[in-house]
Design a protein around this ligand. Sequence first.
Ligand SMILES: NC(=O)C1=CN([C@@H]2O[C@H](COP(=O)(O)OP(=O)(O)OC[C@H]3O[C@@H](n4cnc5c(N)ncnc54)[C@H](OP(=O)(O)O)[C@@H]3O)[C@@H](O)[C@H]2O)C=CC1
Ligand SMILES: O=C(O)C1=N[C@H](C(=O)O)C[C@H](O)C1
Length: 265
Amino acid sequence: MSAPRVVISGAAGRMGQRLIALGHQNPGIELVAALEHDGHPRLGEDAGAIAGVGPIGLPLSSKLEVSADALIDFSVPAGADRAIKLCVDNNIALVMATTGLTDEHKAALHEAAKKIAIVWAPSMSLAVNLTMKLTEIAAASLKDYPGGADVEIVERHHRFKEDSPSGTALKFGEIVKSQMGQTKEAHGREGRPGERPHDEIGYHAVRVGDNPGEHTIIFGLLGETIELKVGASNRDCYANGALKAAQFVAGKPAGLYTMADVLGL
Ligand SMILES: NC(=O)C1=CN([C@@H]2O[C@H](COP(=O)(O)OP(=O)(O)OC[C@H]3O[C@@H](n4cnc5c(N)ncnc54)[C@H](OP(=O)(O)O)[C@@H]3O)[C@@H](O)[C@H]2O)C=CC1
Ligand SMILES: O=C(O)C1=N[C@H](C(=O)O)C[C@H](O)C1
């Protein structure tokens, strides 16, 4: 396939701007539309100018008026909902990166994957997805550890982040649970919650400044501790991963794909 024609949804947001900037200079894709919601104050302005790279001939729009092979969504749950419908109606492959989705949105994604190809991941970063593999290995090795292994997941993000804990932290938790079988969750602790049960995963969401994303998975044993830590220096790891995912998913048969599929992990 020649360079896939790619739409960015949430194009004026923090992630959207990096996707426009990096997508424009990537010869492996062709940016064909920059989408935002109906009420966005900058509709009609050039998406490259908004992203700080100068005009690229792509106006910010609330409607999709061109053909496309893939759409990348980094927006909000309502934007994700619209992106799913747009892709199904127009037979466009989807890269879903928005987090904080409800069970309804998740069901809609599973339903949509019967008709179109979808890459759905809470983190498009290579380092994060590799750390997910390492977490799976650690959790599998410690599942029968005598005395029990306590797992806590600490994430740090910028003050503007709307959902907590991060989609990535929840995914790390799912991976741990799938190996170790924890049945309880604690989201922070206060008062006198009592002795920590081993079948609990603790989540801690720190919101500070402009942090682009950091996750630490702690395996606490008696006498020693293992910590797997992964952090972004800026948002380009997510944007570059999403552009790779768009190239991967364009033209693929209907179904749900992961970043492990995209990255060959
Ligand atoms: N999977 C991954 O690798 C990553 C996922 N994310 C996730 O991506 C999402 C976006 O993050 P971020 O860029 O920081 O957030 P921003 O708030 O900066 O950007 C979201 C953009 O989407 C716009 N928007 C709102 N409603 C719609 C709609 N209906 N259709 C299209 N666009 C809409 C917002 O407009 P307005 O500001 O006017 O509301 C805003 O411009 C979050 O869920 C975040 O957790 C972030 C980084 C990495
Ligand atoms: O909102 C963000 O910034 C991020 N959100 C994603 C998440 O919720 O996991 C991914 C990344 O950590 C950045």
